[in-house]
Design a protein around this ligand. Structure first.
Ligand code: F6P
Length: 374
């Protein structure tokens, strides 16, 4: 009997999503004779039964296109905004799955998507996920697709900032995405030759960064590039954050928990300005004119790199094979040159941060790049 599969993309978009959709779809159709449909705008489209037929013509010509032809959203099955209410719509999604007599649902996304997909798995659906995000922070996979493209964009931006920083004898602080992990800032910072790299895993001391910049200046280099991850925190802010998180864990009742969560949200909102504040402080401490560049969503847009197309394609084709073999409840992870079906239980609720003894950190330190801590 013909098998039917559904595909959705959820969370922030990422270069390589279309390559993955194409790979899953083509391999499923051509090798196993499966029927493939897509759901629009992530879990919302699954809830609303908004579909798109992914036949040969729909999958043609999308390999090199950025974004996702299916659209995406950050909506969660159990906390779905419906009208002016937030509702658990998991059962509606199960209904759509059954309506289409699906044999499997493939969810392309990061850590949050894995968590949401796991909820559907607990309702009995045959789920597989593919790890995408520019942040490279999904636990259980060597790498995520989207990362290489964003890394290239951020490194190129640093290259460009170098010449203008040099011409004006300025400090340029460049903010790089990555959520609460430093993979992007660290990778792009090393590849782009940044003089200081600040990542969430290593809380920084602004005076140490300023001293490193002054040291360069005294050595005849009166300009510096500081690559800072959007989630990087000063030592004081990291302490404060730790305390707020502890208050959430130790809250004795719902009311206390809500209050503690609100305090953390307020802290995070204030921290959104932290790169600009850091830039002002560095100018004050060094006497060097300073500017800030926030790369933002430009890092997520445009054509996926060949490495991301390759990764998304090999994960996608492996996914179709896992479906045919009846392997469900897994993330199709990159493992060396191959793939591995990692049970979703081992993935959800975890995040892959940069280990403090990671070779890239040692590499940066070996080049005397200031990491903000010594
Ligand atoms: O997870 C990818 C990512 O780009 C993060 O690096 C960033 O923190 C976040 O998404 C931005 O989300 P949004 O596009 O919803 O503003």
């Amino acid at each position: 009997m013909t098998k039917s599969i559904g595909i959705l993309t959820a969370g922030g978009d990422s270069p390589g999503l279309n390559a993955a959709i194409r790979a899953v779809g083509k391999a499923a159709m051509n090798n196993y004779g499966m029927r493939v449909i897509g759901f629009r705008q992530g879990f919302r489209g699954l809830m609303q039964n908004r579909t798109i037929v992914l036949d040969a013509s729909a999958l043609s010509g999308i390999l090199t296109i950025g974004g996702t032809i299916l659209g995406t959203s950050r909506d969660k099955p159990h906390k779905m905004p419906v009208g002016d209410q937030i509702m658990d719509m998991t059962d509606a999604m199960v209904e759509t799955y059954n309506l289409h007599h699906l044999d499997a649902l493939v969810c392309l996304g990061g850590g949050g998507t894995a968590k949401n997909a796991y909820r559907l798995m607990e309702k009995g659906l045959n789920i597989l996920t593919l790890p995408k995000t520019i942040d490279n922070d999904v636990f259980g996979t060597d790498v995520t697709f989207g990362y290489d493209t964003a890394l290239t964009i951020a490194a190129e931006a640093i290259d460009r900032l170098h010449s203008t920083a040099h011409s004006h004898h300025r400090i340029i602080v460049v903010e790089i995405m990555g959520h609460n992990t430093g993979w992007l800032a660290l990778g792009a910072g090393i590849a782009g030759g940044a003089d200081a790299i600040l990542i969430p895993e290593i809380p920084y001391d602004v005076e140490i960064v300023a001293e490193a910049i002054l040291h360069r200046s005294r050595a005849g280099k009166p300009f510096s590039i500081v690559a800072v991850s959007e989630g990087a925190l000063s030592k004081e802010a990291a302490n404060k954050r730790g305390q707020l998180e502890k208050q959430i864990v130790e809250a004795k009742n719902k009311k206390e928990k809500k209050k503690a969560k609100a305090a953390l949200a307020e802290f995070e909102a204030n921290e959104m300005e932290s790169t600009s504040k850091l830039t002002v402080k560095l100018e004050e401490l060094t006497g060097l004119e300073s500017r800030v560049t926030i790369l933002g969503h430009v890092q997520r847009g445009g054509t996926p790199s060949p490495a991301d197309r390759l990764l998304a394609t090999r994960l996608g084709t492996a996914c179709a094979q896992y479906i045919n073999d009846g392997v469900f409840g897994v993330m199709v992870a990159a493992c060396g040159d191959g793939t591995q079906a990692v049970p979703l239980e081992q993935v959800v609720g975890k995040r892959k941060t940069v280990p403090l003894n990671h070779p890239w950190i040692n590499t940066a330190r070996a080049l005397h790049v200031c990491m903000g801590d010594d």
